[in-house]
Ligand binder design. Structure first.
Ligand SMILES: [Fe+2]
Ligand SMILES: [Fe+2]
Length: 525
């Protein structure tokens, strides 16, 4: 079965969710700012083209902000806390700006002697521009490149090149001012600040702060539009915003991504995730190559191979919720840091939950990528019966690939040592032996046992038919979903019944259930 087409706006929402986490914003920040910006666009009677630009700018403004986060963390410590502090201030106000960076250094060196702290503050402030400007320029460039890969126009990409510019010329990196800052950029900056300031200080203080900054950070006229209509345009934006609201706001024509475009969009997300730290560069791509090849070798249906590959591209998207300074630490994590880090599969599932098409399948696999057969994984401590063949393959590929990459607290293992490690996990009952051997064979390691047998010798097509009938479809319905003749579906059913040793639909359904072929997000119904 080919992958169903997905609304591009769904991908934008997944990216928005992830970047909200990475930038320390509150829940649905980008979505709420999108609603506000579109309401302002309506009040200002913007034309369709401008509305489209506003819509995309609001959802995608921070998609480049993962690039080189390690440099930001090296200079300022917990970058999510720093970003959270920056949302509170007028970045054109030098004393507020300096105070924020001093706070960041103080937070990082909390235990240092006062003299050392004073020196670090002096050095940090002297080097601030040198550190920050190239990083912010990189954010713009990366945002533009990701936007290109998900098919957005040149014009929309131009806007993403100006995300930190301001009306008064005190923005970064180019110090553009007035109309040189493109209109959608000006509008979305205002809308996002209004949401952030309302979250932090409340509605009344927000309006006072926007009024104070009008003519500085924001174009006077635009700020007046917001202030005049503040109660109406901000109505209901203090809580979560659902997917349907954002889909309904998208100016026509609505873009859909076919299977090939989805592949590129998932891959763009992989690169966005992996660019955060030098030691994860290429991690998601490598896991995807191994997991996809292993799924093929194990004879899984094309939809599973695609699903496991897309899940591998996005499996660590939830890591964005954890500061890079945590991942970069060479010492063992504290209990609190470990707990936060172990929640990343949960955030990953949440980020991908709104995706249409194969999204639920991908999200279910992402959620399980650190689970282990014996229940010792995280974050749900799922066990074998809840782990499909695809989930087992993803876990094995991720474990092997991570072991052969270096991390701040340990060097990379050789391929042989990494293979020994995952085989050790098989002996302990944590990883699936078939999945591990398939992954290792695909990684060029000599097989330790005969290639894993397909599930009861079922063909990929028979697995698809089994899933459909287990999910309650009749032979005719299964045939229609697979775009084959009913008689062909009947033949597959007879063949798979005899291979798995059952004679009824119920028996087949139980077999599918026991082997993790039917579960949340994995149903083909
Ligand atoms: Fe990973
Ligand atoms: Fe992970």
């Amino acid at each position: 079965m080919g992958a169903p087409a997905v609304r591009r706006a769904d991908f934008l929402m997944a990216l928005a969710y992830a970047t909200d986490l990475a930038t320390g914003h509150s829940r649905d920040f980008a979505l709420r700012s999108c609603v506000l910006a579109m309401r302002l666009a309506k009040v200002a009677r913007l034309d369709e083209q401008m509305c489209r630009a506003v819509y995309h700018q609001a959802l995608l403004r921070y998609i480049g902000c993962n690039a080189d986060t390690h440099l930001l963390a090296a200079a300022w410590g917990d970058e999510i806390a720093l970003r959270r502090d920056l949302h509170r201030i007028d970045m054109g106000n030098k004393s507020e700006f300096v105070e924020t960076f001093v706070r960041a250094i103080t937070r990082t060196l909390a235990d240092a002697p006062p003299a050392e702290l004073a020196k670090a503050v002096e050095r940090g402030l002297a080097e601030a521009a040198q550190v920050n400007i190239p990083i912010l320029s990189g954010h713009c460039e990366v945002a533009q490149r990701i936007a290109e890969r998900i098919g957005l126009s040149e014009e929309l990409r131009e806007n993403l090149g100006q995300i930190y510019e301001r009306w008064d010329g005190r923005g970064l990196p180019r110090g553009l001012s007035g109309n040189a800052v493109r209109f959608p950029v000006r509008l979305v900056t205002l809308a996002q600040d209004a949401i952030a300031l309302t979250d932090i200080h409340g509605f009344e203080s927000m309006t006072a702060m926007i009024a104070k900054r009008a003519g500085g950070a924001y174009e006077m006229e635009l700020a007046e539009v917001l202030l005049t209509h503040a109660e109406t345009v901000l109505a209901g934006l203090d809580g979560p915003v659902d997917r349907e609201t954002i889909l309904a706001l998208e100016p026509a024509p609505h873009a859909f991504l076919d299977e090939q475009a989805c592949e590129e969009a998932y891959l763009a997300i992989a690169d966005m995730i992996d660019m955060r730290m030098p030691f994860t560069f290429g991690h998601s791509r490598a896991v995807a190559a191994l997991a996809g090849a292993a799924a093929k070798q194990m004879g899984l249906p094309a939809s599973d191979i695609r699903g496991v590959r897309w899940a591998a591209y996005t499996h660590d998207i939830g890591e964005l919720a954890v500061p890079v300074s945590t991942w970069m630490r060479a010492r063992a994590l504290t209990e609190r840091e470990t707990d936060a880090a172990r929640l990343h599969p949960y955030h990953g599932e949440r980020a991908l939950a709104s995706l249409g098409g194969d999204g639920p399948i991908v999200a279910a696999l992402v959620q399980r990528h650190h689970e282990r057969l014996d229940g010792t994984g995280y974050h749900r401590n799922s066990r074998g019966p809840d782990l499909s063949p695809a989930a087992r393959i993803l876990a094995a590929a991720e474990a092997f690939q991570t072991a052969r990459e270096s991390r701040p607290h340990r060097p990379a293992l050789s391929d042989q040592a990494a293979a020994a490690k995952v085989r050790g996990a098989v002996k302990e009952g944590r990883l699936c032996p078939d999945a591990v051997e398939a992954v290792l064979t695909c990684a060029g390691q000599r097989a330790r046992r005969a290639p894993p047998k397909r599930l009861a010798g079922l063909t990929p097509r028979e697995i698809e038919v089994l899933r459909l009938i287990a999910a309650g479809n009749t032979a005719k319905e299964a045939a229609s979903k697979l775009d084959i003749a009913t008689k062909t579906a009947d033949n597959h059913i007879q063949s798979l019944y005899s291979k798995i040793g059952v004679t009824t639909r119920a028996g087949a359904a139980l077999y599918a259930l026991e082997r993790g072929l039917v579960q949340q997000g994995i149903s083909s119904a």
